[in-house]
Design a binder for this molecule. Structure first.
Ligand code: NAD
Length: 289
């Protein structure tokens, strides 16, 4: 039986620290505030918004939601983003993506003030991850993976890691974050498909991070008894309903040493990291003013 790496103990520790930091900021007259910029009302966005609001509330962080209609034009969107950028009372901006087709996503990404980019999408934030640049923040999910490994004292240095998925939101940043903590990292993706080779390589990995968005992709042949699996995937469970990860949990859990569940794993840590970034953005502002 594997040790189940739940998100709750990780968030409990973070929540306690964050509440103290918020109290300290408030005693200096600063109320850390997140602006959520949402276009349309996609169910995934609404679910994430709900849990982000709940987490912020718990820590004492204010939330302002700017909800724009799905067919909003570029000028109106730009104006809303610039307003959030220039509002000194807003410390972090979460911009749900992908944006609808009529909007220029790349322009939006470049327009976002890097000091408020709490979900790590601007070039400054990516430079933070890939080149150790001081400004910006890593994407929340990638940092959540690292936070989970640190919390449960999983050794990274000198270990073999495999990351399945290479998106800019999870796969690539997490690969570099593992690399910068001295793991040897292999990255797999859909355009180099060779399921058998993946499985064989994965079975040699000490740490397997899966962020593919493909239910039950990871099966027992991907594993070894000393392995730690971090399952980032969120998929609809066709058999049971509800959500499931990228790992065939029932089949894989008895075969490995540590594994994160879905739900109850990385998802909750991700929203907590978002709140942590808003607080850090407020602290950074205080330091530079
Ligand atoms: P994405 O679609 O942008 O990227 C998926 C990546 O996985 C791609 O690089 C693709 O090449 C690779 N991939 C897909 N199928 C594969 C296969 N069979 N073999 C090898 N590689 C494969 O998705 P994303 O935004 O990176 O998200 C990945 C998953 O993580 C999704 O299920 C998403 O819902 C979930 N997610 C969870 C959180 C969280 O907080 N828990 C946050 C972000 C994303």
């Amino acid at each position: 039986m594997a040790r189940i790496l739940k998100g709750a103990p990780v968030t409990a520790g973070l929540n306690e620290k964050m509440s103290r930091q918020v109290e300290e900021l408030k005693s200096k007259g600063i109320v850390p505030t997140l602006c959520i910029l949402r276009v349309g009302a996609e169910p995934d966005d609404l679910t994430y918004e709900k849990s982000a609001k709940k987490r912020c509330e718990k820590a004492g962080v204010e939330v302002q939601v700017v909800a724009l209609p799905k067919d909003v034009d570029q000028a109106t969107f730009d104006e809303a983003l610039m307003k959030a950028n220039s509002d000194d009372n807003i410390h972090g901006i979460l911009m749900f993506r992908p944006l609808p087709e009529q909007l220029d996503s790349e322009k939006a990404r470049q327009m976002l003030d890097p000091s408020k980019d709490v979900d790590g999408c601007t070039d400054a934030s990516l430079a933070h991850v890939f080149a150790g640049y001081e400004n910006g923040f890593p994407p929340c999910t990638a940092e959540a993976v690292m936070e989970m490994l640190h919390h449960y004292d999983i050794q990274i240095k000198g270990k073999k890691a495999m990351v399945i998925g290479r998106s800019l939101v999870v796969g690539k940043p997490v690969s570099f974050m593992l690399l910068s903590e001295d793991a040897a990292v292999q990255i797999c993706h859909k355009k180099a498909p060779c399921a058998e080779a993946f499985a064989k390589d994965a079975s040699h990995a000490d740490i397997l991070v899966v962020a593919a968005g493909s239910a039950k992709l990871v099966r027992p042949e991907f594993t070894n008894p000393k392995q730690t699996i971090i399952d980032v995937g969120i998929n609809f469970d066709e058999e049971k309903g509800g959500i499931c990860g990228d790992v065939d949990f029932a089949a894989v859990e008895p075969m490995v040493e540590n594994i994160t569940p879905v739900p109850g794993g990385i998802g909750s840590v991700t929203t907590c990291i978002l709140v942590k970034h808003v607080i850090e953005a407020a602290q950074r502002r205080l330091l530079c003013c």
